[in-house]
Design a protein around this ligand. Structure first.
Ligand code: NAD
Length: 488
């Protein structure tokens, strides 16, 4: 199957010279091929989006909200189909794929409230005889560039809110998982959204750079690795665009001796091995404080022994699927080798496994690592958990704050004092207390810090509305001519 692009209402097989394969990662089989678009395809998408902006930006807010309600209904009606598609092209389990769709729908729910979210403020008599008011207006053609790990949720973080605000949109999904994005756009058109409001191009760096440089694009939303996020931020800003660029992470989980053991181990297993560790909020570093360390390590090792790793598209019982492709598998296995070479103790996993021809890495646990090792510093983005042993909470927080990233950090404790100290002192934007993954919720922005985010206004939530609109201040003086003639 050749994956099409969408310009306005036309699904097109573009005339490009290069195509790249899309795999079912559970089996290593090619299931489609995706065009590597460049400046010509991006320009066609910008033209379609620019034409549509003329009408859509003037459409009344309740009418835009009504279309979002219709889109939400389409997503609900096709919920299971979308989840199965995600499992097929991404490899995550069906349960994880359902979560991917559900979290995305929650952003559409949020966007349905756009009439309220876009309201301005006013101050009568801001100066003598003058009234002041603010209004938020759409900014034009917006573009979104998304990663492979959440094929539905991350695109849905972006285009529903941008479009509900009155903008038009070009989505450039990950070339590794384009099928879910195409299906989302089909459902969007079937919901009655006008053609050209959402357009799709595919590919990698060439398509991204064409979006970053195109004068017709007003704003760029990016989610992906820190290296590319920085490139997108710098290049987009240089071309005069607003940019929000979310990057990679190295998230820490601290277990205090007074943590509730069973709930803590369940939460850590989900955070570290869910989605085969391919989440920007994955728990990657485990710090067992004092006597908590050996206990939690043994419990996690025992839980790993019970995990069923397998082909998620054939076996609904599988607890963990493959990683996205052979390059990811080889990179992760290399990181594990480095951990062993640097002297960390390999408790579980590490060996190459290939149950069904797919791209599998076993759930891996290291103990006795030091904060300077590669496995403790770098984002691995796979099912690898590295354990450090700080002597107390102060040392744990100090080690956590050495990371250049700043997405998330978590503490497990039954002490309010420890939780409070941690929440106040840890240097990152998303904090969990007895929560394995302090996941982005639609009503809040996803608050990455440091090298996990480049920009000012974060993705989704009210900052998302601010990002996709610009504010106008209107100062008005109205004399009452009738009163003047009456001598009032
Ligand atoms: P990636 O950076 O390789 O790709 C992301 C997007 O950028 C894709 O659409 C890709 O086509 C494009 N791209 C890739 N290389 C490019 C280049 N050189 N120039 C321009 N564009 C390029 O990321 P990925 O592997 O798809 O996703 C995994 C990464 O995303 C991890 O680092 C993860 O932590 C991060 N992530 C972050 C968040 C967040 O909200 N902070 C959420 C999900 C994933």
């Amino acid at each position: 199957m050749d994956v099409p692009v969408l310009f306005g209402e036309r699904w097109v097989a573009p005339k490009v010279s290069a195509w790249s394969p899309v795999f079912n990662p559970s089996r290593g089989e090619e299931i489609a091929r995706v065009p590597q678009c460049g400046a010509a395809e991006v320009d066609a998408a910008v033209q379609a989006a620019t034409v549509a902006f003329g009408t859509w930006s003037r459409t009344a807010a309740p009418a835009r909200a009504a279309k979002m309600f219709a889109f939400k209904a389409q997503l609900e009606a096709h919920f299971e189909e979308l989840a199965a598609l995600i499992t097929r092209e991404n490899g995550k389990t069906l349960e994880e794929a359902r979560g991917d769709v559900r979290r995305g729908i929650e952003v559409v729910d949020f966007a349905c409230g756009i009439a309220h979210l876009c309201k301005g403020e006013n101050l009568p008599q801001v100066a003598d005889g003058i009234d002041g008011a603010t209004m938020r207006e759409p900014i034009g053609v917006c573009a979104g560039i998304t990663p492979f790990n959440f094929p539905a949720m991350v695109p849905l973080w972006m285009f529903p809110l941008a479009i509900a605000c009155g903008n038009t949109f070009i989505l450039k999904p990950s070339e590794k998982v384009p099928l879910t994005a195409v299906r989302l756009a089909e459902l969007f058109l079937e919901a009655g959204l006008p053609p050209g409001v959402l357009n799709i191009v595919h590919g990698g760096r060439e398509a991204v750079d064409a979006l970053l440089e195109h004068p017709g694009v007003a704003a760029i939303s990016f989610v992906g690795s820190t290296r590319v996020a920085e490139h997108v931020y710098v290049t987009g800003c240089r071309h005069g665009k607003r940019v929000q660029a979310a990057g990679g992470a190295k998230n820490v989980m601290i277990v205090m001796p007074d943590a509730e053991p069973n709930a803590t181990v369940r939460a850590i297993m989900g955070a570290s091995y869910g989605c085969a560790g391919q989440r920007c909020m994955a728990g990657s570093i485990l710090m067992g404080v004092g006597e908590a360390a050996s206990l939690v390590r043994d419990q996690i090792a025992a839980a790993i022994d019970k995990l069923l790793v397998g082909d998620t598209s054939a076996n609904p019982q599988a607890d963990m699927g493959p990683v996205i492709d052979s390059a990811a598998r080889d990179r992760i296995l290399h990181a594990i080798e480095m951990g062993v070479a640097e002297g960390a103790s390999l408790v579980r996993g590490g060996k190459h496994e290939n149950p069904s021809g797919g791209f599998f890495v076993p759930p891996t646990l290291f103990d006795a690592a030091s904060p300077d090792m590669h496995i403790a510093r770098e984002e691995i983005f796979g099912p690898v958990l590295t354990m450090l042993r700080p002597c107390d909470l102060d040392e744990a927080i100090a080690w956590a704050n050495r990371s250049p990233y700043g997405n998330g950090a978590v503490i497990f404790t039954s002490s309010g004092g420890a939780a409070r100290q941690f929440a106040r002192e840890v240097q990152c934007g998303m904090v969990g207390v007895n929560v394995g993954v302090p996941a982005p919720m639609a009503a809040f922005e996803f608050s990455g810090w440091n090298r996990s985010f480049f920009g000012d206004l974060h993705v989704q939530g009210t900052e998302g509305v601010m990002f996709y609109t610009r504010q106008k201040i209107v100062l008005s003086r109205w004399d009452n001519a009738y009163r003047r003639t009456q001598g009032w």
